[in-house]
Design a protein around this ligand. Structure first.
Ligand SMILES: Cc1ncc(C[n+]2csc(CCOP(=O)(O)OP(=O)(O)O)c2C)c(N)n1
Ligand SMILES: [Mg+2]
Length: 772
């Protein structure tokens, strides 16, 4: 980590002021100066920004090295933009358009902001935890020989104190302790205010205990240099005691009220401090009492320098929300905006001329300028935006595993095993991970081959004792499976971090995560977060649906296909056959490595299904595009069965029975409602631009007349497929699962939930009746 030996503290203080001004001004400009014609409040968080400007100045202009990566508290986004504005990597235009279309984003966005954003943030807690998994990925890459020591960095999270209520943070540090993660700095902006109120008192004690017990060093940064000096004066000890016992609400209210209120209160509570008070006027007293370490760049740089090793460290930096602004400390200041009068007086107090508000170093005197410019120059190189890295690994064709009868889940395990045995660049770059369902999602054979990843090798005690087991999992720093505890949020954060390896470390990984389909819901926000950042991975959800039979309703998923239908950046495939699955996995790997690609979600099943005999490869293209005719419809077909996934045998049996009376009945195999829907809406949008091309869904369904009916069937919410009727206006009889599942044999459950041949036959008959 490249770090300058000394930093000009005065220059840092100036930069702190500049950041406070520029972040406040950016928000002010968006709300009070830019014209608005829709009447919507633009918003922004001046108080949350002011709380962190010193922290961020000390970090970005002193402590950060070129390989370090930062997740910034979402509502401090304007401070990050201001930093890059000062460094010359953000434009005035983008700041003037803050929160506008195409302008600087409200919350730092990797994909939409032009400045280098290491991790997007917005949903509090997730930006914090992803840094831990990024550090784990860094260790993984190093252990595999893909990342040199000099390319390693530290992962920093800038955290709001109320953000620490998010449980996913604690799931992450527990997992981190198991993996001995290092190189983390989590810096808490401890302003003791949340969105709604001042936060609970003395929580730092709890945080301290929790983090320390997970192996973290906790650095509490409470008093700034002025306060520390005052503590040495007569009455100083009493002052310190008073501060330490003051409630958060009390301290915040006095901060808001200012010097006179501090004086009255302190005299009443601690007469011993009379001398300290007498030697200061109200302004000086206020400055003293609000001189918390989180606003003191000297205290901060010292603390950062002290912790320049790889021990994971949590800094609890005491701050004041809205520091230096008129609503400092007011409990309602979270979304508070300064009015134009307040803004003008802040401008004057900072020596900024009207009309020069955007000038980067406006108000900085000639003497100070040289130091500030030198500091900016020194920090520039560390913060350059670098191109994303793709295209590093060729994806070979993936053959379908042999077998007349197989489940897609078994085929998945087999494909990975074959890939492992064949070896090659792709197999070496695959990293698998699972929240304690490695065996039950069929990753066991792969792990037997490739081993568990552990920075410090752990022997397989059972194997050493010669106890028979199908799972021989040696762990070492060459292993390719990262074991996680049962915390689905961690799974998605791990996939997000590994799926950004190309961006963060310029080394592409092919991450595969497995879990049970219903438990996607447990990690949904983290999944969305991974997709929002354009992380690339393959998510394999298995088993799924009521086809799980005896496992019962708590494990039978219903709505994940609908989740996938509404999730940008994630492609849902649901194969019925092993050869479809092999094609989809090849496609998923290709998409991971393609700049215009995305992540893939495979919804698999444990049901053994007789495999289809193929005459040729013509199904393949359709299967990858979302569907294909497994039984071609006749020219005058009045109906078709439209089926997805594991209920294929029921559909085929019904098709065979019905075809005797209904020659020309078609059977459409759907492999991705998600892709079909996207293609359909995209084709419509293209038509508005004068482009005429049918979507894949339209092309498939136009083989039937408009009067024909569709019986759709899936082991999932029926809405996954019923929308297909809207494509050409064909009627639909939707079959699927609408109530919670339960235990039972497949025959029992398919009959009870109307996923069997009888239900299909009835639905087809109903459609024909309506036609007649
Ligand atoms: C998951 C999630 N829930 C709620 C919010 C809305 N929200 C944004 S900031 C905030 C309070 C944050 O307080 P704190 O973390 O202490 O930050 P401060 O502004 O005080 O620095 C809330 C509730 C969010 N962004 N994400
Ligand atoms: Mg706070």
């Amino acid at each position: 980590m490249l770090k300058p030996a000394t930093t000009d503290v005065d220059a840092l203080r100036t930069l702190d002021d500049r950041l406070r001004w520029l972040s406040a001004w950016t928000i002010h400009h968006a709300n009070h100066i830019r014209t608005s014609d829709d009447g919507l409040k633009v918003g922004g968080h001046q108080a949350s920004c002011a709380s962190m400007t010193a922290l961020m100045a000390a970090l970005y202009f002193h402590a950060l090295g070129p390989n370090d990566r930062v997740a910034v508290k979402p509502h401090a986004g304007p401070v990050l933009h201001a930093i890059h504005y000062l460094l010359g990597s953000q434009s005035r235009e983008a700041l003037e358009n803050f929160r506008g279309f195409g302008g600087a984003q409200s919350y730092p966005s990797r994909t939409k902001d032009r400045i280098p954003v290491d991790f997007s943030t917005g949903s509090v807690g997730l930006g914090v935890a992803i840094t831990l998994f990024a550090s784990l990925v860094q260790d993984y890459l190093t252990a595999h020989g893909w990342l040199d020591e000099q390319d390693r960095g530290r992962f920093v999270a800038l955290i709001g104190d109320a953000e620490l209520d998010e449980g996913n943070i604690y799931e992450a540090i527990i997992e981190g302790a198991k993996h001995d993660v290092r190189n983390l700095w989590w810096i808490v902006d401890y302003n003791r205010q949340s969105l709604d109120a001042t936060s609970a008192d003395r929580m730092f004690v709890r945080f301290d205990e929790i983090f320390a017990s997970c192996g973290w060093r906790v650095e509490t940064l409470k008093h700034g240099k002025l306060l520390e000096a005052a503590f040495t004066e007569e009455g100083g000890d009493a002052l310190r005691r008073w501060i330490d016992q003051a409630s958060n609400a009390d301290y915040a209210a006095l901060t808001y009220l200012g010097g006179k209120a501090w004086r009255e209160r302190l005299i009443a509570d601690v007469p011993e401090v009379a001398g300290i008070l007498e030697r200061r006027d109200d302004g000086e007293l206020h400055r003293l009492m609000t001189n918390l370490a989180g606003h003191d760049v000297e205290s901060l740089t010292e603390a950062f320098d002290r912790c320049d090793d790889d021990i994971p460290t949590m800094f609890i930096a005491y701050t004041i929300k809205g520091f230096g602004l008129p609503f400092a400390g007011h409990k309602d200041n979270h979304a508070g905006l300064m009015n134009p009068r307040q803004m003008a007086s802040l401008r004057e107090s900072m020596g900024i001329r009207e009309g020069h508000e955007w000038e980067p170093l406006e108000g900085v005197g000639d003497n100070a300028r040289t130091g500030v410019e030198a500091l900016l120059d020194r920090s520039r190189i560390a913060r350059e935006k670098r191109a994303r890295s793709f295209g590093s690994v060729a994806v070979p064709a993936i053959p379908a595993p042999p077998g007349d009868e197989q489940s897609t889940q078994a085929a998945f395990g087999r494909i990975l095993l074959d890939l492992s045995k064949a070896g090659g660049a792709l197999a070496d770059r695959i990293v698998t991970t699972s929240p304690d369902v490695t065996v039950s999602t069929n990753l066991g054979a792969w792990v037997n081959q490739r081993g568990l990843f552990r920075r410090n090798a752990v022997p397989d005690v059972f194997a050493q004792a010669k106890i028979a087991s199908a799972q021989k999992w040696g762990s070492n720093n060459n292993g390719q499976h990262v074991e996680l505890g049962i915390a689905e949020s961690n799974l998605f954060l791990m996939l997000a971090a590994a799926g950004l390896a190309g961006d963060l470390f310029f080394r592409r990984l092919f991450p595969i995560g497995t879990l049970y389909d219903p438990f996607i819901a447990r990690g949904l926000d983290a999944l969305n977060y991974a997709c929002y950042q354009d992380a690339r991975f393959l998510l394999v959800a298995t088993p799924s649906g009521i086809t799980l039979g005896p496992e019962g309703g708590a494990h039978q998923s219903i709505n994940p296909p609908l989740i996938a239908l509404g999730q940008p950046g994630l492609r849902h495939y649901e194969p019925a056959y092993a050869d479809e699955l092999a094609a989809m996995m090849g496609e998923a790997f290709r998409l991971i490595d393609d700049p215009a690609g995305e992540s893939t979600y495979l919804r698999l099943s444990t049901r053994n299904i007789r495999q289809v005999e193929r005459r040729d490869d013509s199904w393949r293209e359709g299967a990858l595009a979302g569907g294909y005719w497994l039984r071609e419809p006749g020219a005058d077909a009045e109906a078709a069965i439209v089926v997805m996934g594991a209920v294929m045998p029921e559909a085929l049996t019904a098709w065979e029975e019905l075809s005797e009376d209904l020659p020309g009945l078609g059977l459409l195999a759907i492999t991705s409602p998600d892709l079909l829907h996207r293609g359909w809406t995209a084709a419509q949008a293209a038509r508005w631009n004068g482009e005429r091309r049918p979507s894949h869904a339209e092309a498939l369904l136009s083989r039937l007349s408009r009067q024909a009916g569709l019986v759709t069937i899936a082991d999932a919410a029926p809405a996954s497929l019923s929308w297909l009727g809207g494509v050409l206006g064909q009627r639909v009889a939707p079959l699927g699962v609408e109530k919670f599942g339960q235990t039972g044999s497949l025959a029992d459950l398919y009959a009870a939930y109307r996923l069997d041949g009888a239900a299909i036959t009835e639905a087809v008959a109903e459609i024909l009746l309506q036609n007649g």
